[in-house]
Design a protein around this ligand. Structure first.
Ligand code: SAM
Length: 212
């Protein structure tokens, strides 16, 4: 994603009421933040937040945390959230490399990864959010029966992700190379990137994996 620096976004994020500051302090205690026992779903690399804002609106009985590394991008999600009457959605401005500091064993029921950066060079493979290194991090906090749902239009990244998941001992629940023309399209919520790339005619790939 090409990043434009949004002036004041860092300062805004530091004080914004929808952003959880020092999220490490809530490790193992996210239920207290939301004030209920509802399941916790997270999106890593949420971008401008369309997807997670829509999910949170449609599913008031699920708690959502949107994670984004860059304040200049997250600020757009905050703007969207301001117009919504929601108590089940907060944001973290965080590099996913440190996500294990924030969630405890079994605390998260679902992880969404949408149009994650492909990092095309082999030497950067470990930075891909579906690399074995990241999958191992997720095991540290995903519920045993929880799942990861990954969407992309990037075939190379998708095939890499299928392979990494298999090699790392995850079970493939289902997958499709053309989500919008598949049985799994019902209830699909489009992300910003999904709208853009499916609009260009790119098929959208999606896989669901869980721990064996
Ligand atoms: N998920 C959105 C969508 O589908 O429209 C945005 C996709 S964009 C290609 C990838 C997003 O992931 C960017 O906003 C980027 O800043 C964020 N991102 C990349 N690496 C990250 C990391 N290590 N931790 C948190 N966010 C990350």
């Amino acid at each position: 994603m090409r990043l434009r620096n949004v002036r004041g976004s860092k300062e805004e994020i530091e004080t914004n009421e929808y952003v959880i500051h020092n999220p490490e302090q809530h490790k193992g205690k996210w239920k207290e933040v939301f004030g209920n026992d509802n399941p916790l779903h997270i999106e890593i690399g949420m971008g401008k937040g369309k997807f997670i804002c829509q999910l949170a609106t449609e599913n008031p009985d699920i708690n959502y945390l949107g994670i984004e590394k860059y304040s200049s991008v997250l600020i757009r999600g905050i703007e969207k959230r301001k117009d919504l009457e929601l108590s089940n959605l907060f944001f973290l401005c965080l590099d996913a490399e440190t996500v294990n500091n924030v969630f405890d064993k079994g605390e998260v029921e679902r992880i969404y990864l949408n149009f994650s950066d492909p990092w095309p060079k082999d030497r950067h493979a470990r930075r891909r959010l579906t690399s074995k290194e990241f999958l191992s991090r997720y095991k540290g906090f995903l519920k045993e029966e929880g799942e990861i749902i990954f969407k992309t239009d990037n075939r190379l990244l998708f095939d890499f992700s299928l392979e990494e998941a298999e090699n790392a001992g995850w079970a493939l629940v289902n997958h499709t190379y053309d989500l919008h023309n598949s049985e799994y399209v019902t209830g699909n919520v489009m992300t910003e990137y999904e709208e853009k790339f499916s609009g260009l005619g790119n098929p959208i790939h999606r896989m669901v994996i869980k721990q064996k």
